[in-house]
Design a protein around this ligand. Sequence first.
Ligand code: ADP
Ligand code: ADP
Length: 225
Amino acid sequence: MVEVKLENIVKTFGDTVALKGINLDIKHGELFTLLGPSGCGKSTTLRIIAGLDFPDSGTIWFDDQDVTYMSSSERGAVLVFQNYALWPHMTVFDNVAYGLKIKKLPKDEIERKVKWALELVKLSGFEDRYPTQLSGGQQQRVAIARALVVEPKILLLDEPLSNLDAKLRLEMRSEIRRIQRELGITVLYVTHDQEEAMAISDRIAVMNVGTVEQVGTPKEIYESP
Ligand code: ADP
Ligand code: ADP
């Protein structure tokens, strides 16, 4: 669990200024949402926090550590992509175990951690299935288990519900909330759906073309003019 601060983050792609010097402060253990229309810079912000991309200028803090130019694995932030990016040729167990095998953990420890992660997302018993044998909601649970099994300092979720039907969206919304509360983990969540942001978040940052326009609780955002 970590507090994440962005100070004056600028990111350009050629002539496009994706982030025009944004400031954010995401507290320990909160579910913080970036809300805004397509192209406003939400994914770029996630990628920069994950260490998959680097800002032109500005500073990223994880607690009191400057992680701006640290690699993704060093800083311990894990990004779950919109399309889940499960490996189709690997079983559920192997998908979830992947990050632990890379770390060369002992086999019994890997088994224990994978069991824990699959219990957390309520997929015990699905170890030997392949992703194509799972529903969209179950695939997403695997993606979340794979992210959490390495015990990240912050979990980054990029439009996690966008590929699900309306019923599953509601179900996974409360599942993500349950898991976040159970672990007390810091979560940064991205959506363009205002209702979703209002329902799931502790706090929301409203973004618009490369800027943060407003930060507050759902109630504060709802009641502001
Ligand atoms: P959002 O996630 O809010 O839809 P993005 O962060 O993906 O927004 O994009 C912000 C802006 O930066 C957009 O104008 C987008 O076209 C641009 N952009 C993002 N990634 C790249 C890239 N790799 N190359 C060029 N432009 C990019
Ligand atoms: P690493 O960089 O962790 O050593 P890889 O180079 O195998 O691992 O993969 C880099 C990233 O590409 C992974 O984090 C994963 O999200 C994605 N990836 C790799 N292979 C696949 C695949 N077959 N299907 C979906 N995503 C993949």
